[in-house]
Design a protein around this ligand. Sequence first.
Ligand code: DOR
Ligand code: ZN
Length: 347
Amino acid sequence: MGIETLTIRRPDDWHLHLRDGDMLRAVLASSASQYGRAMVMPNLKPPVTTAGAALAYRERIREALPIDSGFTPMMTCYLCDATDPAEIRAGFNCGAFAAAKLYPAGATTHSEYGVTSVERIGGVLATMQEIGMPLLIHGESTDPVVDVFDREAAFLRSTLALILTRYPRLKVVLEHITTEEAADLVLRDESGRLAATITPQHLMFNRNAMFAGGIRPHYYCLPVLKRERHRRALRRAATSGSPAFFLGTDSAPHETGAKESACGCAGIFSAPVALQAYLTVFEEEQALSRFEAFASENGARFYGVPFNQGTLTFQRTPTRVTGDVELADGRRIRTFLGGETLPWTLA
Ligand code: DOR
Ligand code: ZN
């Protein structure tokens, strides 16, 4: 029998979609009650492309926070072909932006204003390298001839290789990696300027989960779940002790009707349960002693921010995951693993 309780330093979520308005108000508490900080994704409609928009969005998040939550939203800039390097510099220097997010145009939800070619943002990337501002990448090729399951690997060979060569000091986070190729690339990097986040769903499930007995839209996210070989490689990477891997849930709420549809949205709402899910994976991999670094230290070190004060304690008490979160108007958001039982509970 293993340990009965586990206490870790308060963690951070380095990849989070909080949305806006009623959706923001419905989902924010799940993250704010557990994490010290989150890197908040900018793919709103319209996207967050200026320092002014990031500051206004941060204010809306702060207003929606429970009192005394102690939660700090860190804001990101959505890169477009037309992004002005001066805006990036000013936004980073004044603390409006902590990082910038590269969505290849058309790669995922609300990415239609994204970047059509890295050539278009050369000045932006040079500026980011100069000022030490991290580039967060949704790493999928948008070439329509590339098979959907090969899009990440194709992106690594084409676009990412070019970015890493052309900007040798640019800090890069490959977000929500899903393949053995991505894990290996990050593991092999010796410069310390390349890191990756990994989601709970990509550690727990392979692509069969999307088709188990019928089509299961609540397992659909982008990059899409991959085959078992990749899931195993991600589990090895996350639990390897390498400081280049850290927690980023990619919790991405969509109301249930938008997912259970003829053309369902990509995104899995994992914020309420992600920590227990990761913890389950670390225990299965016999790596409980490495969980705290993954959840609470590696990301802070990469971003150059202090470790959080305070702790979280988990107890080995099996609990059933609550099914849905409800919006003010009664619409619902399905929680990842809703109805399943996990071995750990947040005390
Ligand atoms: O599954 C996803 N959902 N992947 C993304 O890249 C975006 C996200 C969202 O915003 O819904
Ligand atoms: Zn995301």
